[in-house]
Design a protein around this ligand. Structure first.
Ligand SMILES: NC(=O)c1ccc[n+]([C@@H]2O[C@H](COP(=O)([O-])OP(=O)(O)OC[C@H]3O[C@@H](n4cnc5c(N)ncnc54)[C@H](OP(=O)(O)O)[C@@H]3O)[C@@H](O)[C@H]2O)c1
Length: 234
């Protein structure tokens, strides 16, 4: 797909991986709508990118934003969708575990409301996470939610042909998801990546590059691309 003159909508497009993707789409010549609950928080959005405020848990709001933006060529969700529980399953607050699936419900809302406005030769992308297929102790919640995202995408990709749907699965990436304190974030992400083949946190841009690949390659659908510094193989 040549992105010049194309239109894209990016849920979670105001921070981290979604923001890096918004920037790359705009650089490639696409018109981009970046969506989040509070897009006014976003700094350094490229010129020409428009924003919309919407919580991915609110189906009517998602439907309204997609309908206003459509038809579009690219539909992306990198919206975290809600908090995820951490810690061992046997000690975990089960309500917090259940709430960790907010990411899945948000993605489901975006696909359900958004795919009908996606052009037939368009591409949708969701972002899962490396623990979906290789979890360390204490990661049961993010692993289960990530696994559900990948299963959701594989099933839906078959049902929306000729529209394409892919997943990008990041390892540990240094983004505001880990909090505003840069020093704490660096310490946390570097501890979490010590055992990886590439022992450092990834950047939002490194993940966005993979999102751009699955968008632009018209022969890719129903796949998950790992951008994890070797997390799965270490
Ligand atoms: N960073 C990592 O190490 C990592 C690893 C694996 C997977 N991931 C996944 O990658 C995706 C992007 O993460 P990130 O690191 O880029 O996070 P981030 O920097 O915190 O960005 C999250 C984005 O999602 C938006 N958002 C969150 N909840 C939302 C909701 N309920 N409705 C609408 N928008 C919402 C946020 O904006 P508002 O606050 O304004 O709503 C923000 O734009 C997430 O699904 C995350 O689980 C990240």
């Amino acid at each position: 797909m040549d992105l010049k003159g194309k239109k894209a909508i990016v849920f979670g497009g105001t921070s981290g991986i979604g923001l890096a993707t918004t920037r790359m789409l705009a650089d490639a010549g696409a018109t981009v709508v970046a969506v989040s609950r509070d897009p006014s928080k976003a700094t350094n959005l490229p010129e020409g990118v428009t924003t919309a405020a919407c919580d991915v848990q609110d189906r009517e709001a998602v439907a309204a934003v997609c309908s206003a933006a459509g038809p579009y060529d690219v539909l992306i969700s990198a919206a975290t969708g809600g908090p995820r529980a951490a810690g061992p399953f046997m000690e975990m607050d089960l309500d917090a575990y259940q709430n960790s699936f907010a990411k899945v419900w948000g993605y489901a809302n975006v696909l359900r409301q958004g795919v009908s406005h996606l052009k037939n030769d368009g591409c949708a992308v969701l972002v899962s996470g490396a623990p979906a297929r290789k979890a360390r102790p204490g990661q049961v919640a993010i692993s289960s939610a990530g696994g559900a995202v990948e299963a959701l995408a594989k099933c839906v990709a078959k049902e929306i042909v000729p529209k394409r749907l892919n997943v990008v699965s990041p390892g540990v990436i240094d983004t505001p998801m880990f909090g505003p304190d840069e020093a704490k974030r660096k310490e946390m992400t570097s501890n979490a990546t010590k055992a990886n083949l590439i022992p450092r946190a990834g950047t939002a841009e490194e993940v966005a590059q993979a999102i751009m690949l699955v968008v632009q390659n018209d022969f890719m659908t129903g796949v998950t691309v790992d951008v994890d510094g070797g997390w799965l193989n270490s």
